[in-house]
Structure formats: C-alpha cells, structure tokens
Design a protein around this ligand. Structure first.
Ligand code: LLP
Length: 406
C-alpha cells in the first residue's frame, strides 16, 4: 500500500481522500496514484546514488504530469519508443536529460531524438550504430551514445522479463566480443561520442546476486575499454502480496553495485520500484457467483496476471470489518477464463455487488500496458495528495474508441 493509505472501519483512504469518494467522483475502475509516495520513492533512489544519475524507466508508467514531477525532482527519463519520446516532449522534459532505448528504433525515431537533442541514445545493434552515425552526420550533431551490453547474467525472474542472458534480443554480447567491437566502431565515428556502457538484466528482481554479477562484469569491461560511466539499468522488484518476499531497498542495491564499480560514475533506471507501489486500482464488484467475484475491469487494465502469472492481492475498500473471510478469485469482465486479476484471495464472506475492491501495487506496467480488449475503455489515473484529487490521465470514452474507425 502507498505511504498515505489508511483504513477506518474497513474503509480505505488514499492521500487523505476516501476511496469511496474517489470511486463516486471518477468512476471505476480507476488507478489512484499517491503523488507523495511516488515522489518519495524517486527521492529515495536519488539519495541512494547522490553522485550518480537516476533515470526513471518511463515504460512503467508515463504521462506528461509525471514527466513534470520528474523534471522538478531532477531525475532523468528513459524512453524506448517515439511515443514515449512524444510524452517526454509534451511534459517539457529537457532533452539533455532523456535517454533513448530500444532494440529497433526506426530511422524516424532516431532522427527525432537527434534533432530534439536527447542526452544519450543507447545503441543496441551494429545496424543502429551505422544508422545513427549517418543521421548525426547529416544533422551536424555529435550524438552521445551508450552501448548496451549483454553481460550473460541470469537475473532469476520470469523468463519474459529477463534480458541479461546470452540469448537475449537486447544488446551486444560481451562473451562473443561484440561489445568490444561496438566500442571500437563508435570511437571511429566522428559523429558519435561514447558516453558510457549500459546493461539491464531484467525486471521484478528480488535477489541481488544477478546485479552483483552484472556490475562485476560490466566494471571489468569498462576498465578494459577505458570508459568512465556505467548505467546498470532498472529491475528492482516490489512486493505484490502480503506473503511476497520483501525486496532489497535501493540503498542495498546501490551498495552492492558500488562494491564492484568503485571509481566509475553510475546511473540506474528504476521504473517499477518508483511507480508500482504508489498506485492502487479500485474496482466495483458486479456479481458474486460461488468462488468468483467479478469486477468491472480485468485483463484490459491489468494484463500482468494473464501474461506472467503475476500474483496480486485485493481488499474490500468500501468499509465493513469483522466479517469472516472466504477464499475467492477476483475476475474481470472479459470473455475468457484467463481473465483473473487475483487468484485465491481471502475476502470478507459477505462481499457483495456494489462493494469496492482495492488492488495495491498497481502503478507499474498496468496503465502503460492496458488495452482496449473487448472495446473496454482504459481507466483514468487520478493523483491524490494532501486530501485533494485530480485527474492526470482521463478515462477513455467510447468516442475515443470509435474515432479510429473508417
Ligand atoms: N531500463 C531498461 C532498459 C528496461 O528495459 C527496463 C524495463 C527498465 C529500465 C525498468 O525496469 P524496472 O525497474 O521497471 O524493472 N512488462 C513487464 C516488465 C517489463 C520491463 C521492461 N524493461 C512486467 O509487467 O512485469
């Protein structure tokens, strides 16, 4: 739960606003983002790395208002598509604090990055290296780049979100010598400036071993290549359920990274660990049938359980304590059986249509991965702070959905 969450008589408040009032005002489903919590987590990373840089991983959750918070806090921003670049621009992010990632950036995307003046492009292939060098030359720019290295590390996470292994689609292999060749190639190009080396081994990682191994390999490679900057990516996990393993803190992670990288300038790219815990998703119960509690959202606003078997928890937020509990599945309204939001969770026995359910840790890779499956409009994001609420991403309407049809 976010830092400002509180319960009275089984009724939840977030940022000083009652969940029931939020649901009444903005409808359900709704993502409620605790602004103070988000900011505090971003600051915790900055404090863990006072002599380095923190790039927020925008893929976790991004909108112009969040870009303005990041800018104000002095963070940098990692984007990985033209679309995310557009949001960074719309939010007024200074381009020099933007890092552009991706394993298949198009010529148009690269051109936009170069002409806007992004601080750094992270190179992912030789094709891209040549493409970017030519574009930068054409525009009379000396573009700063990092080289994304595949360190050959198993991050011990779900295989869909592990990226550090030798068979990854990302980066230049360290073991095969591709990374060293990329360093030489960049140094041959007058239009490119080698800013540093980068690795990102995966996401939702709860053990520090993989990070330590990557840091050690990357540091050795940086020294051998005479490079002074290392970006060791994001990936720190969060806790989704009460019985889930507590993650290491940013401080603990940075301490481990530091141990292996003394003397190098470090940057990191946390996404989930900043955005994830800040947000609670609120749903309205529509029907209760045996062990199935159906809510008004589902896999379109949170595809993670269906995609990764991701665990979540849920609690009744609309009041009424003391009832005995029974174990149920919280399911969505989509037309398939895989549309389960929370599997096997204890809810009050008298859970009934009209109740409000809250799902914590809903801030990362949910709104950003939401779809319009079954033509369900995507929910809004409402930021709460000091007893006040405001919409920072509005609810999609059927008009929005119909606008694209010819
Ligand atoms: N840097 C790079 C280059 C990345 O690819 C990512 C995430 C991050 C930073 C931020 O990682 P984080 O701190 O958020 O773990 N959709 C999946 C997660 C995909 C992560 C993609 N890359 C999920 O829902 O679990």
């Amino acid at each position: 739960w976010p830092a400002t969450a509180s319960w009275t008589g089984g009724a939840l408040s977030l940022g000083g606003v009652a969940a029931a009032d939020l649901a009444a005002e903005y409808g359900t489903p709704v993502y409620v983002l605790d602004e103070a919590d988000f900011r505090a987590r971003a600051r915790t990373w900055q404090e863990a790395l006072p002599d380095g840089d923190v790039h927020y991983g925008g893929k976790a959750f991004l909108c112009p208002e969040v870009v303005r918070w990041l800018d104000g806090l002095g963070l940098s921003l990692d984007v990985c598509t033209g679309g995310e670049l557009a949001v960074a621009q719309a939010g007024g992010m200074p381009p020099e604090r933007v890092v552009f990632h991706g394993n298949n950036k198009s010529r148009d995307e690269l051109r936009r990055a170069v002409t806007w003046g992004v601080g750094c492009v992270v190179l992912d292939s030789f094709t891209e290296l040549d493409r970017l060098a030519a574009l930068a030359r054409e525009h009379g720019v000396r573009q700063r780049v990092m080289i994304r290295v595949t360190p050959g590390v198993d991050a011990l996470t779900h295989r869909s979100i592990a990226t550090g292994g030798e068979d990854s689609k990302f980066g230049f292999s360290l073991a095969a010598g591709h990374a060293a060749r990329a360093v030489r190639r960049v140094r041959e190009e007058d239009s490119l400036e080698l800013h540093g080396l980068h690795s990102h081994i995966g996401s939702q990682i709860l053990r520090l071993d993989g990070f330590a191994q990557a840091a050690e390999r990357m540091c050795a490679f940086a020294r051998a290549s005479d490079v002074e900057r290392l970006d060791l990516g994001g990936g720190l996990g969060i806790r989704y359920t009460p019985d889930g393993q507590p993650p290491p803190t940013p401080d603990e992670l940075v301490t481990v990274l530091r141990k292996h990288t003394a003397g190098l300038r470090l940057s990191v790219e946390p996404g989930r660990s900043i955005a994830g815990p800040s947000t609670v998703a609120l749903y309205r119960v529509g029907t209760v049938k045996g062990g199935y509690v159906s809510v008004d959202g589902g896999m379109s606003d949170n595809p993670r359980p269906a995609m990764y078997g991701a665990p979540y928890t849920a609690a009744r937020a609309s009041g009424g304590e003391g009832a005995a509990r029974r174990r149920v599945h919280v399911v969505g309204k989509h037309c398939e059986s895989g549309d389960v939001l929370v599997r096997d969770v204890a809810l009050p026995e008298d859970v009934a249509p009209g109740d409000l359910l809250a799902v914590p840790a809903s801030g990362a890779y949910q709104r950003s991965m939401a779809s319009n499956y079954n033509h369900v409009p995507r929910p809004p994001v409402v930021a709460v702070r000091d007893g006040a609420a405001r919409v920072i991403v509005r609810r999609e309407t059927e008009e929005d959905l119909l606008r694209l049809y010819v």
